[in-house]
Design a protein around this ligand. Structure first.
Ligand SMILES: NC(=O)c1ccc[n+]([C@@H]2O[C@H](COP(=O)([O-])OP(=O)(O)OC[C@H]3O[C@@H](n4cnc5c(N)ncnc54)[C@H](OP(=O)(O)O)[C@@H]3O)[C@@H](O)[C@H]2O)c1
Length: 236
């Protein structure tokens, strides 16, 4: 079996990945988010608020057979308060780092520890962002939280990568999800790139979450060969 733990299955990219994975007859999923949209006999939902780190630490990875392939997909993410530093709320900064960086780091730590004697394949897919690699004004906490996930992934790659564990920190491109709606709805007085993101939507330049999910599932099934730890779906 392929056992997949994926965060943020209630919307956007995470929901599309989960739905596509459920087409594989040998996949069993645990989805994590505050709300549930998917019902399936091979899908279990865990209601966890990833901004609450005590809830994250209570998460139990499932017991698996030694020949199972086990995959952790850290996908949940928030854009945070779209405003320049000095005008952001402290609460939003803390939540953005908790959801985008600290919760995935805790889950990776627990995953590597819990399955340390597992003989089947282990994979970690972190959904990062181009914004972790290029600064975007008014997204300081978002950019920094994704840059941190890239580096956390690179360190795991140095420490653990081998035939048993594969890891990738993957930028998904600009995808037509609720997050992009939040970006377009940001106060243009606080966000210099507001018009640019509206233009991308109006000129049809966003990819769909199902296209991106297909690429990620092709990566999981080996139809796309496993790329460098720091990757972007636009280079596949
Ligand atoms: N869309 C883009 O253009 C784009 C570009 C680059 C990177 N990304 C990355 O892609 C990933 C998915 O984003 P998306 O665009 O699909 O966004 P989305 O449609 O807004 O979905 C976000 C998901 O994260 C979950 N989430 C948010 N806060 C959470 C919390 N406190 N606890 C648990 N789960 C939480 C949401 O579930 P609940 O609200 O039910 O909890 C939802 O399922 C994110 O990491 C994002 O940074 C997106």
């Amino acid at each position: 079996m392929i056992k997949v733990i994926v965060t943020g299955t209630s919307s956007g990219i995470g929901e599309a990945i989960a739905l596509r994975l459920l087409h594989l007859p040998n996949a069993e999923l645990i989805g994590v988010s505050r709300t549930q949209t998917i019902e399936h006999h091979r899908y279990t939902h865990k209601f966890i608020d990833l901004s609450d780190l005590e809830q994250v630490q209570l998460f139990q990875f499932p017991a698996c057979e030694n020949n199972d392939e086990i995959i952790l997909i850290n996908n949940s993410g928030v854009i945070g308060d779209i405003a320049p530093v000095g005008k952001k709320s402290d609460r939003a900064i803390i939540e953005t780092f908790n959801i985008n960086t600290i919760a995935p780091a805790l889950l990776m730590n627990a995953f590597v520890n819990y399955y340390q004697n597992h003989t089947g394949l282990l994979k970690i897919i972190n959904i990062s962002s181009g914004a972790g690699r290029h600064p975007v004004a008014s997204w300081a906490d978002y950019c920094a939280s994704k840059a941190a996930i890239d580096m956390f992934s690179e360190v795991i790659y140095e420490e653990q990568s081998g035939p048993n564990l594969k890891i990738i920190s993957l930028a998904p491109g600009i995808v037509d999800t609720a997050m992009q709606t939040d970006i377009r709805e940001a106060d243009s007085a606080l966000f210099p790139l507001s018009a640019h993101f509206k233009q991308l939507k109006h000129t049809g330049q966003l990819s769909s979450s199902s296209e991106v999910a297909k690429q990620i599932v092709d990566l999981i099934t080996g139809q796309i060969s496993w790329p460098d730890v720091i990757s972007d779906v636009r280079d596949f």
